[in-house]
Design a protein around this ligand. Structure first.
Ligand code: FE
Length: 203
């Protein structure tokens, strides 16, 4: 109950926002399509770019990476991405032997400071339940076939602790600058439903 208490507020807020949105749309004062575009921006572009810069820094700066893995909250704060949720951020390193997947089984706890707003599927009941029961099946649906030799670890977020996955640096990126590396980091790779096994354009 207390772990996810902030989400009772969120649901309440969401309801109020929806009521306001309908009212404003009915009166012709806002365009729902424009609102959708704004939400999409924060869900997919602005928010996750913070996390991508954290990941790129960790890839090029071994000392920063060690700090990030030891005290994610402080290391992330040092780049200016301060959590306003009062939650700690724990960073989970993917390796050839370990793949990390994050979920919030009770609601939708998510590291807003580095990833922005959670995508709708993250909040959905099927993801929340199946990520724990059948993580490899879920990963397969995201196009990730995780070999039996790789351990899959599932981390359940709470109001106090949110998780950020540090994906493996893709091969063939040795010559790239930090900004270029950040462009390769997808939102889903930091949730754990994607792997950056090859260089591809940001989704
Ligand atoms: Fe939650």
């Amino acid at each position: 109950m207390t772990d996810h208490a902030d989400h009772s507020h969120l649901s309440d807020t969401e309801l109020r926002v929806r009521a306001l949105e309908s009212l404003l749309a009915d009166k012709g004062l806002v365009d729902p399509a424009a609102l959708d575009a704004i939400v999409d921006t924060y869900e997919n572009k602005v928010g996750p770019r913070n996390g991508a810069r954290v990941v790129a820094r960790a890839w090029i700066d071994p000392e920063f990476k060690q700090w990030l893995l030891r005290d994610g909250t402080a290391a992330i704060d040092s780049l200016g991405y301060t959590s306003t949720q009062g939650a700690d951020i724990v960073v989970l390193e993917n390796t050839p032997a370990v793949h990390n997947l994050t979920v919030c089984t009770l609601c939708s706890c998510y590291p807003w400071a580095v990833l922005g707003l959670p995508p709708a599927w993250y909040k959905s009941f099927p993801y929340r339940s199946r990520a724990v029961r059948d993580p490899r099946g879920v990963l397969r649906e995201f196009g990730q076939d995780i070999g039996d030799d790789v351990e899959v670890r599932v981390w359940d977020s709470t109001a106090e602790v949110r998780y950020l996955v540090l994906p493996e640096r893709p091969p063939g990126t040795a010559g790239l600058a930090e900004d270029e590396l950040a462009e390769l980091v997808t939102r889903n790779s930091m949730i754990g439903t994607d792997r950056l096994s090859e260089v591809k354009k940001n989704q």
